[in-house]
Design a protein around this ligand. Structure first.
Ligand code: ADP
Ligand code: ZN
Length: 764
């Protein structure tokens, strides 16, 4: 029989008293009252609110007005102390129990809990495996069970923690107290999963606070590193002297970006997992105090950082999930002032994520081969390092290269299954083989590993659809988290709804024609004619297509979506074939900003009355547009980035790419169909009776038009980076000979083309 030693009476009588007297807040924030009232009334509740919106109050305040203690599960031991200090400041008796405190202290805290000294107790999830803790907690009345970072319970989430899976059972052990689960990031799927894992089918779900109308969301498609850097400098200059964070995927990039900023006269702090503790604290403090307001960091930065006046959050690479993105980007503008969230997007950055996903979730085969290698050493302790093991596994005729990171992940799996243990002694690694289990008897959840890998891949695809999508950024994010659709047609605060932001226009205007002039658009038409061509294209598309399709049509793209839609039959098909896709999109954007065109909810563009008149020549171009074009366009002479067109051809635009190649778009379509069937280029060549050189040329055309082509097995890890470098200024259609000269003799024309196909895809 459990003895309830003390039932911890409420601290105050009413919710409002608690809010004013204990917390000293004037009002509830959005969503808080609803949650607090439900929880106090004994209703299980799932709270989904973004970071910084005040989730803690949703359990801290009920903790003050209910009988018994509130047990809070939190995965982040490092943050418990801060949370605790905050509670103690409010005068709420609270403590935590985790592995950071000694055993004696743990026992003494448990005694105090049983004696009823605390209203709130924080624990990490693994605490529920500790019998002493379970015995003690059985003797107190738990009035509220609060599970923070509840998405960690879901394998669909972005931060699954196996220890969280025990919480459903723990809740039963506690006698099924009222439960509140909280998270900043849970898609509708993950929400369902949380409720299922905790066996709370009837819980009340409160999703609120995701709209961040003061944040401007922008995605910039960066072809080259220099484009990214240029853009970063422009945005930082726009917010000169104010706080900004640039997130990079790797430590190396953090260092590079910071060095680059320094060259441009911007001092930035760097923050990543490779720094010592003291250094990290120093950098973080300098940022918090705005002594050094610009910070370049990996995602190691930000947990528990609450700086309200961050004006810009820039992602140098696309992040691995929308959850991570929203969490990081959401650190901008907590004070409600206009702020900017910029994602720099380059398809090639996907490779970094694929690398991490692959190596942090090793395949069954890697784990099994590793185990075979380890078991051979016999039970006992051995001096083996991760690198040695990786080398060992990579040896052999058909062995794939195994990265040390994958070995580390596989070792972790073997360790948590109890087959091995390892560590460092006097600076040397040791590894203990504990048993001699047969491979098929390994106690490892290989399916779970595969599921996690799949989940991470799905998350990455969501980011790709955010970045490559052409719909309102704000609405995409809102829909992602709450499946609610806002009634607003356009948010007015993303680059899709309101066009390119001012800082970017200023930046491209000031960049002149030097290397940063990649932003300049080289026009073969005088500005009035160019604009009238654009507007005619919009008119011909009859309000049924978005800017990207209209642009594709104007460029004479062979993409299937263009031909399937019949856009290739329009008289304006290909009239701007000499421009790049992004340039046409940018120009359409300008037209929209100058109110010559407008966009509906679905992103379809159409002419305004004013636009129709400008198209027909019955009204002059708006001054604003003339000025913008004067800054954006270059004429006549060769563009530094587009050496294809001869300088004398100003009067006659090149015909659409396709016919210039002397072939009908049909031939590309047929090649594309075969690509989609999974055929290799030599197979296609054979099937169609063409040379491989021709098929590779088709590939280049297709890649340039945005089609994905699987080049697996054809890419060479040495040639590719070399060619990326050599082809920095090469544009589609330019001769290949100068490129070939810069490559090793062993690189044939075919090889050159294959790698160019890859590079063209990366540029999309
Ligand atoms: P979350 O857990 O959602 O990331 P926190 O609970 O840490 O956010 O709250 C963020 C900040 O907002 C804290 O400083 C907290 O004191 C403050 N806060 C929470 N609720 C209110 C409120 N109703 N009025 C004013 N400030 C609040
Ligand atoms: Zn928008």
């Amino acid at each position: 029989m459990n003895v309830i030693a003390n039932n911890c009476p409420p601290l105050v009588a009413s919710l409002d008293d608690a809010l004013h007297e204990i917390f000293g807040f004037g009002d509830f924030r959005e969503g808080q009252r609803e949650v607090v009232e439900a929880v106090v009334a004994g209703q299980d509740t799932l709270v989904v609110m973004p970071t910084g919106s005040g989730k803690s109050l949703c359990f801290q305040l009920p903790a003050c007005v209910i009988d018994g203690i509130t047990l809070v599960v939190s995965p982040l031991i490092a943050l418990m102390k801060d949370q605790l200090d905050a509670l103690l400041e409010f005068g709420i008796p609270a403590t935590f129990i985790n592995s950071s405190i000694g055993l004696e202290e743990q026992r003494s805290r448990l005694r105090e809990i049983v004696a009823g000294r605390y209203k709130v107790v924080y624990v990490a999830p693994e605490r529920f495996r500790n019998q002493g803790f379970l015995d003690a907690i059985a003797r107190v009345r738990v009035g509220l069970f609060a599970i923070d970072e509840a998405h960690c319970i879901s394998q669909w989430g972005h931060d699954f923690r196996p220890d969280y899976l025990t919480l459903g059972h723990a809740r039963t052990l506690l006698g099924c107290p009222t439960t509140v689960a909280l998270t900043a990031t849970a898609t509708p799927n993950v929400q369902q999963d949380i409720l299922r894992q905790l066996s709370l089918p009837d819980a009340n779900v409160v999703v609120s606070g995701f709209a961040r109308p003061n944040l401007f969301f922008e995605v910039f498609h960066a072809r080259r590193r220099e484009d990214k850097r240029h853009r970063i400098r422009a945005l930082l200059n726009h917010y000169s002297g104010e706080s900004a964070v640039i997130y990079c995927a790797t430590r190396k990039q953090v260092e590079e970006v910071a060095a680059d900023l320094k060259q441009g006269g911007i001092e930035a702090g760097v923050y990543h997992g490779g720094l010592g503790d003291a250094e990290r604290v120093y950098v973080q403090d300098a940022f918090m105090d705005s002594d050094q307001p610009v910070l370049v960091a990996t995602n190691a930065f930000g947990m528990g950082v609450d700086k309200s006046d961050v004006r810009a959050i820039i992602h140098y690479n696309m992040p691995g999930s929308i959850e991570a993105y929203y969490q990081e980007a959401g650190r901008a503008g907590r004070d409600g002032e206009p702020s900017h969230c910029l994602m720099l997007y380059n398809y090639a950055d996907r490779g970094i994520h694929d690398f991490f996903i692959g190596n942090s979730n090793p395949t069954a085969q890697t784990v099994q081969r590793l185990w075979e290698a380890l078991a051979k050493h016999g039970v006992g302790t051995h001096a083996l390092s991760t690198d040695q093991l990786a080398q060992h596994l990579s040896r052999g005729k058909n062995a794939e290269r195994v990265h040390p990171m994958a070995v580390e992940a596989a070792l972790r799996q073997l360790r948590s299954a109890g087959h091995i243990d390892y560590g460092y002694r006097d600076g040397y690694p040791w590894l203990q083989v504990v048993d001699q289990a047969r491979v098929r008897d390994l106690r490892i959840d290989f399916e779970g590993l595969q599921r996690r890998r799949d989940a991470e891949e799905r998350h990455l695809l969501d980011v790709l659809s955010y970045a490559s999508g052409q719909s309102c950024r704000q609405q995409f994010l809102l829909r992602y988290f709450s499946s609610k659709k806002s009634a607003e047609k356009t948010c007015g605060n993303c680059e899709i709804c309101s066009g390119r932001p001012e800082y970017a226009l200023k930046a491209s205007a000031s960049s002149g024609t030097t290397s940063a002039g990649a932003d300049r658009i080289h026009s073969l038409d005088p500005p009035e004619l160019l604009v009238r061509k654009l507007l005619s294209g919009v008119a011909r598309a009859r309000g049924k297509w978005g800017a990207h399709n209209v642009a594709g049509m104007l460029r004479g793209s062979a993409a299937k979506k263009i031909t399937a839609a019949g856009l290739d039959k329009l008289s304006t098909f290909g009239v701007l074939s000499y421009l790049r896709q992004q340039d046409v999109v940018d120009l359409l954007d300008l037209c929209q900003r100058c109110r010559l065109t407008t966009q509906n909810v679905h992103g379809c563009v159409s002419l305004t009355d004013e636009g129709a008149e400008v198209m027909m020549g019955t009204r002059p171009m708006p001054d604003a547009l003339q000025q913008q074009l004067a800054m954006r366009l270059s004429f006549g002479a060769q563009s530094p980035t587009r050496p294809t067109s001869s300088s004398t051809s100003t009067s006659a635009p090149r015909a659409p790419t396709i016919s210039a190649e002397g072939a009908s778009s049909d031939t590309y379509e047929r090649t594309l169909d075969m690509v989609r069937q999974g055929m290799d280029y030599d197979e296609i060549a054979k099937e169609r009776g063409l040379t491989s050189a021709s098929v590779l040329r088709h590939f280049m055309v297709l890649a340039n038009d945005g089609h994905a082509i699987d080049l697996e097995g054809h890419l060479d890890g040495q040639i590719l980076p070399m060619l990326r470098d050599a082809a920095q200024d090469w544009v589609f259609g330019a001769p290949l000979a100068p490129l070939k000269e810069r490559m090793p003799a062993s690189c044939t024309y075919d090889a050159l083309k294959i790698h160019l196909v890859q590079i063209l895809m990366e540029r999309q």
